[in-house]
Design a protein. Structure first.
Length: 256
């Protein structure tokens, strides 16, 4: 079961249009504090699994249904792979996981506050990995316990790790990290191959980032960055096809 759903939850950054969509909402206050909220709604995934003839997988999912709100500090305390600093960064966060096959409910929600701008991207990477491994365990065993990260698991990676995102009191910038191998064009990368297969099936992979600014933006750059009418919110929407064709599709710079 974990393998099937790993293909559908891949990276915790992207999703299947019509099956799941991931929206990350980052709110920055004037004093540099704020919150990083992520909602992953996979409600239609059960219909997809059914259409693939995977009835046995659905039966397994019914046996592992769950609706729980977890405090990250309780889970992090049992994870010996996190440093004391990392546990502290995540300590005030919460994760909700709700899976109900018959009701067509399958979503996760996480909310993690931050105290300063320098912590945002650290929390972003940590929370994605932590949420993924927690979900991996839930899907595999039907309970919310920490799981050791498996390098072979599709849920063990996040594409944000191939970009450098910098937050200052006046700007946000995201650029490709050219010191790392580009996974989006690597034909041997397991995650990439899985999403290519999904795209070939007509299920485009989508990601949305919403940056809520402490004051109006005075300049926004980026192929997929859209500024709101009040100039205090920037939305960046990309697809897997976008970034495999041009990894700079995820790049942007906001000045405010």
């Amino acid at each position: 079961m974990k393998k099937l759903f790993s293909l559908l939850l891949i990276g915790s950054l992207f999703s299947l249009t019509g099956c799941l969509e991931i929206v990350r909402n980052i709110t920055i206050n004037e004093n540099g504090t704020g919150s990083l909220d992520t909602k992953i709604d996979l409600g239609e995934v059960f219909e997809l699994v059914k259409s693939m003839g995977q009835e046995q997988q659905l039966e397994q999912a019914r046996e592992k249904q769950i609706d729980t709100l977890m405090q990250v500090k309780d889970l992090a305390a049992k994870n010996d792979k996190l440093t004391a600093e990392e546990k502290q960064l995540l300590s005030a966060g919460s994760i909700r996981i709700n899976i109900n096959v018959d009701s067509g409910v399958f979503y996760t929600q996480s909310k993690i506050p931050f105290k300063n701008l320098a912590d945002i991207e650290k929390i972003n990477i940590l929370s994605q990995r932590f949420l993924n491994t927690t979900m991996d365990k839930v899907l595999d065993e039907g309970k919310a316990e920490p799981v050791e990260e498996d390098k072979e698991s599709l849920l063990g990676a996040t594409f944000d790790e191939y970009y450098i995102t910098t937050y200052t009191k006046n700007s946000i910038e995201k650029v490709q990290d050219k010191t790392k191998e580009n996974p989006f064009t690597n034909a041997n990368d397991e995650a990439t191959k899985a999403m290519q297969e999904m795209s070939a099936m007509g299920m485009e992979v989508k990601n949305t980032i919403e940056d809520n600014l402490p004051r109006p933006a005075n300049k926004v750059e980026g192929k997929n960055a859209v500024l709101s009418a009040d100039k205090k919110k920037v939305t960046i929407t990309t697809t897997f096809s976008d970034i495999t064709t041009d990894p700079t599709a995820l790049e942007f710079k906001i000045s405010f």
